[in-house]
Design a protein around this ligand. Structure first.
Ligand SMILES: [Zn+2]
Length: 419
């Protein structure tokens, strides 16, 4: 069978090379493998349409052996930077040779899972690939989950293939802070994706945690302090709504911190990159002991009476509550633990009367609530992007899923009725 093997652009994905191959051949094996990958909407490591051994056979080993393709044309290095060497080896075998459906690499929780990212393009990168290869190429670092911008040029991704429409519909409203956070996150993840050592990103995070005072040389990680500073540092959010939901209520942080202690339970690279992003700006500062301040004869005591101190603390608490209106009671406490603790011990009746008002019952179940916000976005995207006949056509569920580009499990969980 006649096949045209194109030279690969730098960082081009194996998926993109399979599309180029399928467009120039009638070989049913190639076309079937690609059609199946589009249908499932979950390429291997977001970058390969099939096992790499099969890819190498289809391309007559023009891009090297499976290991070469794994390192150059997939996002394997990104995952390797967060995996132990044994898990890295196991993942390599699974992606290259095994027929096992599940891979041993960390995934995202279901509501935040993404679609195939082959259809996203950065204008600048696209010009470069057109000049070099004459084709539009999908690049590995554009396929990193939850990114909205090219890490190199900072351009927002455009949609050039419907298979990625879910990725576009998940964008949150624009703000300069969100743009900055998203771009910086992309730069950190680009760094990970060029790494060739196992656990390099996790080691770097541990070192920075130690340097910034959150991980004492002897002792446990200062979990509460880091959580407070992390949430404060990233409180402006990101351009992808799923990322905001993951941080806020889908357990991203506890899992990422646990993975620093337990290499056998690795965290997703995006979670580790979020830790590093926060460590760019946060530093542990030991709290001033409330006990000392209140009870020992300090200069403060000589200058102002106990009643003055109480008034000052109450004023600080009211300012704190006013500047964090969206926080729950627990979040408000975690963001200012020393102040909360002082008031709780010495002025608890007043503190109880001046807490953040409790939220309605539905808001106490953030997972269900946030799933609803993603569901609403998907339904809106389906309504606006599809013709009205979709609702009356047979097999509407299959067509709607393909149109928004979601994998089957995620679609079933999000959409239960006709849009
Ligand atoms: Zn670019």
């Amino acid at each position: 069978m006649l096949k045209t093997i194109y030279p690969a652009a730098r960082h081009e994905t194996a998926f993109s090379l399979t599309v180029a191959l399928a467009n120039t051949t009638y070989d049913s094996e190639v076309r079937t493998a690609l059609a199946r990958a589009f249908r499932r909407a979950t390429p291997l490591l977001h970058t390969a349409a099939c096992r790499l051994e099969r890819f190498c056979e289809m391309t007559s080993y023009a891009y090297g052996n499976p290991h070469d393709v794994l390192m150059e044309q997939t996002l394997y290095p990104l995952y390797l930077s967060c995996l132990s060497s044994a898990m890295g080896k196991q993942l390599e075998l699974q992606v290259c040779f095994s027929t096992q459906h599940r891979l041993c690499c960390p995934g995202l929780p279901l509501p935040t899972q993404g679609a195939n990212r082959y259809g996203l393009q950065c204008e600048e990168c696209s010009c470069v690939s057109l000049r070099d290869t004459g084709r539009r190429c999908s690049l590995t670092f554009h396929c990193i989950p939850l990114l909205t911008r090219c890490p190199i040029h900072g351009c927002l991704f455009n949609l050039v293939d419907e298979c990625s429409s879910h990725e576009i519909s998940m964008r949150a409203s624009y703000s300069p802070a969100r743009r900055r956070n998203s771009h910086r996150l992309g730069e950190i993840l680009l760094d990970f994706s060029q790494c060739t050592c196992s656990e390099a990103a996790v080691d770097r995070t541990r070192t920075l945690m130690r340097e910034h005072g959150y991980l004492p040389e002897y002792g446990r990680l200062r979990n509460d302090e880091f959580t407070r500073d992390f949430l404060h540092a990233l409180s402006k959010g990101f351009e992808d709504e799923r990322l905001n939901i993951w941080i806020k209520s889908a357990g991203m942080l506890p899992q990422a911190l646990r993975s620093l202690r337990r290499p056998e339970r690795p965290a997703h690279p995006v979670a580790i990159a979020l830790l590093l992003l926060a460590l760019d700006v946060v530093e542990y500062s030991p709290p001033i002991s409330a006990h000392l301040e209140a009870d020992l004869p300090t200069r403060t005591d000589t200058m102002r009476s106990r009643e003055d101190l109480r008034r000052k603390k109450r004023r600080e608490w009211m300012q704190h509550i006013a500047s964090h209106k969206d926080c729950t009671r627990s979040q408000a406490r975690l963001l200012s633990p020393a102040l909360w603790s002082w008031l709780y011990k010495r002025d608890s009746a007043w503190l109880e009367a001046h807490q953040t008002p409790p939220r309605p019952r539905t808001d106490r179940r953030p997972r269900a609530h946030d799933l609803q916000s993603i569901r609403t976005r998907v339904i809106e995207a389906l309504r606006s992007s599809n013709d009205i006949k979709l609702r009356t056509r047979p097999k509407w569920r299959y067509r709607a899923r393909i149109n928004c580009g979601l994998p089957q499990r995620a679609f079933d969980r999000l959409i239960t009725d006709r849009p």
